[in-house]
Design a protein around this ligand. Structure first.
Ligand SMILES: C[S@@+](CC[C@H](N)C(=O)[O-])C[C@H]1O[C@@H](n2cnc3c(N)ncnc32)[C@H](O)[C@@H]1O
Length: 361
């Protein structure tokens, strides 16, 4: 990447650095989590104790997946070679958040408010009443969506699933909110037909191509008939790219492919939903400018915040990418600076796609 990037950025080498910052903070909450979660499996592995995990594994091994009309019933297969491998992986992935994680939580929080403002809501799924409803947030991250939903819908129960727990101030929060550490690609720790709404956002770079359908099948299993899912995912490439951005994205595509992720997932999701048995209600695109190039004032605001989140994303992934691509740190910084300018020059924008679907009654 070094040579190609350098060529692309040579013509702008003297460009000035853009230094803008905005911060968003979340007020600390101080309630204890004590909601009614009868709809979660008894054996749910909410702690790291070996007994808890063994119990959850034993229960999962005994449970047959329930079938729906379009789903083939396959006998349960052993998922890992050994229990040691299981614990080793858990120990690594269930580690406490690092400093980088906190920087990423900050970026995700900013993006959360951006999307909430642009969508004028935390969810587009129509809801007559949230009383006694259960919502699940898949890959909850810093937990902000789950936290806000629990706060707005006091009579609903909200559950955030993630391989890591959110930062402490979001953990001890509302009595109708609970977070569970779990791998979303394993069987979810809840019974069939227990959930009214499943929300998933920004997870495409954690779902391998081959995992999409299985994940949607698990969502189908835990949803009540008539229950909904809402997926909100960002295209991995930005639109209207300039030359440096284009070069950057070629490498990004290779990176996704090496990780067996699906760079073109947005063309595939509707088909997966239908194959699994969902009734697709709507697929809606949401384009958000990157930069202050729009004339319209609200879009300009969104563009400003979106550019900050893009900058933070590239900064947060810097070490990983320079190691991977073998480029000097100054080249990476310069490329990021150029990309920021290209967003303004070429009128770059991000495209989010929202899929809303129902499990038939
Ligand atoms: C990009 S963040 C998205 C967070 C949140 N959905 C949002 O939009 O703000 C991805 C999250 O998925 C979690 N994650 C990744 N792989 C996972 C897995 N296999 N099971 C559970 N969570 C996972 C990560 O820990 C991280 O919090």
């Amino acid at each position: 990447m070094g040579n190609q990037t350098s060529r692309a950025i040579d013509r702008k080498r003297e460009s000035r650095r853009i230094r803008r910052r905005s911060t968003v903070t979340l007020g600390a909450q101080s309630h204890t989590s004590q909601g009614n979660y009868n709809w979660i499996d008894e054996n749910t592995a909410t702690s790291l104790s070996a007994n808890g995990i063994n119990a959850a594994l034993a229960a999962a091994a005994q449970q047959q997946p329930s079938a729906h009309p379009n789903q083939q019933v396959v006998p349960p297969q052993p998922r890992r070679k050994s229990i040691t491998e299981f614990f080793t992986k858990r120990k690594l992935s269930f580690s406490r958040p690092t400093e980088e994680d906190y920087r990423e939580y900050d970026r995700l929080q900013r993006q959360h408010y951006l999307l909430k403002s642009a969508r004028k809501s935390n969810s587009w799924v129509p809801m007559e009443s949230s009383a006694d409803k259960t919502f699940v947030d898949v890959g909850t991250g810093n937990g902000i969506w789950a936290l806000e939903m629990a706060s707005q819908h006091a009579q609903a129960q909200v559950l955030g699933l993630d391989i890591r727990l959110p930062p402490e101030q979001n953990l001890a929060s509302m009595k109708n909110l609970r977070f569970i550490r779990t791998d979303i690609h394993e069987r979810w720790p809840m019974s069939d037909a227990a959930v009214d709404l499943i929300f998933q956002r920004n997870m495409a770079n954690h779902i391998k191509k081959e995992q999409w359908k299985t994940l949607l099948e698990e969502m189908y299993r835990v949803l009540k008939p008539g229950g909904s899912i809402e997926l909100l995912e960002l295209d991995p490439c930005h639109h209207n790219p300039g030359p440096v951005q284009k070069t950057f994205e070629e490498f990004s595509r290779t990176h996704w492919e090496e990780l067996e992720l699906d760079y073109d997932f947005s063309n595939a999701i509707k088909g997966y939903l239908e194959q699994v048995g969902f009734e697709v209600i709507e697929q809606r695109q949401l384009d958000i400018p990157i930069g202050e190039w729009p004339e319209e004032s609200e879009l300009k605001q969104f563009g400003f915040i979106n550019k900050e989140t893009q900058k933070a994303y590239l900064r947060n992934r810097k070490q990983e990418l320079i190691n991977k691509w073998g480029i000097p740190t100054e080249d990476y910084d310069l490329a990021v600076q150029e990309i920021m300018e290209e967003f303004e020059e070429y009128h770059g924008f991000s495209r989010f796609t929202c899929w809303m679907a129902k499990k038939p009654l």
